[in-house]
Design a protein around this ligand. Structure first.
Ligand code: PLP
Length: 462
């Protein structure tokens, strides 16, 4: 039972027409949106067939659309929302900041000091932290720092791992639910300095390191899409040892994991001290942010505009950004860290995800549909089971072709299941092949999600 489940055209049309009936206002707005934004959406992952609904209100674990429909939300701002939507403490703190400063004075605030101090306390590997405006920017800066510090250019990343959409690292990425993707518009010679190796393949990594002058190895520390394709036990530690022995920097991209899997991120769970850590999402409590942290020597590569300074000139790294350390993100980040320290949000989110994954797996088995689910902390991964038997493919080009083919099948599955899940009352909104629970999702939410999946998978069986 390894084939990706398919829907007949009749069933598919039925789902789409029910969704359209339920979301008439959204449909109208979408027609307007398409006139002004390519695809009508501003993030390619939120688009689904036939069009996404438009949100009127978000609160806790739920979102409400312009037609008055309610949904249990497992998108959770692309994994950011560990406190749920619109958490009161974050709201109070940020409203106060807006009253005092407006959006951003573009100068120094004490809030930025308090914020960095808090990050440093939770992440001892980061003597110093520099705020930027998105995870994408942060990965760019991390690579620039690594190159400047080591004097080498090449970076090794793991196949499938996502580190933002910048030119620097958007290469051989696994877009959840759609398989491997590349983007047009990046010159091919750009990749001369980026190498990818398969996860869990120590020989390939060793060879890459032996044959090249490597500045850094970068990884999502719990594997692609936080465990969509996990590392085998102990692999990250081996990478840490190998990089250390060879004087190569290890970069952990903790954009998702930093404030979701543990306060202190994946590095705390794994007991590994990376040289550079990349932050995003939760560190700004829901406002646009990214950040890079590392030890004093690496972060000391950041230069200043003062000719008398010993950190001036072409040997130092420049990183700017109009909105860096804006007080709204700083205040929201502080409030989020305080809330996480006080409450059981991470534990609750993990528990809910565990319950959900277990039940979804059982639903697939009971209905005898090729569907399964698992969780890695508060991240749910779901979809058709992967083929584990069959001849092993050794040729790299064939391997890539197989990954692309499989991706297409999964994408089709996701594009069908997502509108179907929205039909329940409440509906369920989720990303392709994965979703996130928050610390405020309730048992009732989880029940609703199971029931939506069950109804949806039953359509395949009818
Ligand atoms: C692991 C990882 N790194 C980097 C990024 C990019 O962050 P941003 O969307 O803030 O640019 C993401 C975003 O989802 C991510 O999951």
């Amino acid at each position: 039972m390894s084939e990706v489940p398919q829907l007949t055209e009749e069933k598919y049309n039925r789902i789409i027409s029910s969704y359209e009936k339920k979301t008439q206002k959204s449909k109208k707005i979408y027609e307007e949106a398409k006139k002004y934004a390519s695809l009508g959406v501003h993030h390619y992952l939120v688009w689904h067939r036939p069009y996404p609904f438009f949100v009127k209100k978000a609160q806790g674990s739920r979102v409400f659309d312009v037609d008055g429909n309610e949904y249990v939300d497992l998108v959770m701002t692309m994994g950011l929302g560990i406190l749920g939507h619109n958490p009161p403490k974050v709201r109070e703190k940020t409203v106060k900041v807006i009253e005092e400063y407006g959006p951003h004075p573009g100068l120094c605030t004490e809030l930025a000091v308090e914020w960095a101090k808090k990050v440093n306390k939770l992440f001892p590997s980061c003597d110093k932290i520099k705020a930027v405006n998105s995870g994408t920017e942060a990965t760019m800066l991390a690579v620039r720092l690594a190159r400047a510090y080591t004097g080498r250019n090449k970076i090794v990343k793991f196949q499938g791992h996502y580190h933002g959409w910048n030119d620097v690292l958007f290469y051989d990425v696994f877009a959840a639910g759609s398989g491997t993707i590349f983007s047009k518009g990046i010159p091919e010679n750009h990749w001369e300095n980026i190498m990818t190796v398969p996860p869990n393949d120590m020989d390939s990594l060793e060879n890459a390191i032996k044959e090249n002058e490597i500045a850094a190895v970068i990884m999502e520390p719990l594997g692609q899409t936080t465990g969509g394709s996990p590392f085998k036990y102990g692999f990250q530690k081996e990478v840490r040892e190998l990089t250390k022995e060879n004087d190569i920097l290890l970069i952990f991209d903790e954009v998702v994991t930093g404030f979701r899997v543990a306060l202190g991120g994946a590095q705390k769970i794994l007991g590994i001290r990376p040289d550079i850590t990349i932050f995003g999402k939760g560190v700004g409590g829901g406002f646009p942010i990214g950040a890079v942290g590392g030890n004093d020597n690496i972060m000391g590569m950041l230069g200043v505009m003062d000719p008398k300074s010993d950190r001036y000139g072409p040997h130092y790294v420049i990183s700017a950004g109009t909105f860096c350390a804006n007080p709204i993100a700083m205040a929201a980040g502080i409030a989020t860290m305080e809330e996480l320290e006080k409450g059981d949000y991470i534990k609750n989110a993990n528990l809910r995800a565990e319950e959900l994954a277990q039940r979804l797996k059982e639903v697939g088995e009971d209905l005898e549909v090729n569907f399964s689910a698992n969780n890695v902390y508060s991240v749910i991964h779901f979809g058709p089971k992967r083929e584990t038997s069959g001849p092993a493919i050794t040729d790299a080009a064939q391997k890539l072709a197989a990954r692309l083919r499989r991706g297409l099948d999964e994408l089709e599955f996701n594009q069908m299941i997502r509108p179907a899940l929205l039909l329940n009352n409440p509906g369920v909104v989720i990303l392709p092949s994965h979703g996130y629970t928050s610390g405020v999702h309730t048992k009732e939410d989880i029940y609703n999600v199971i029931s939506a999946f069950e109804n949806c998978l039953r359509i395949y069986k009818e």
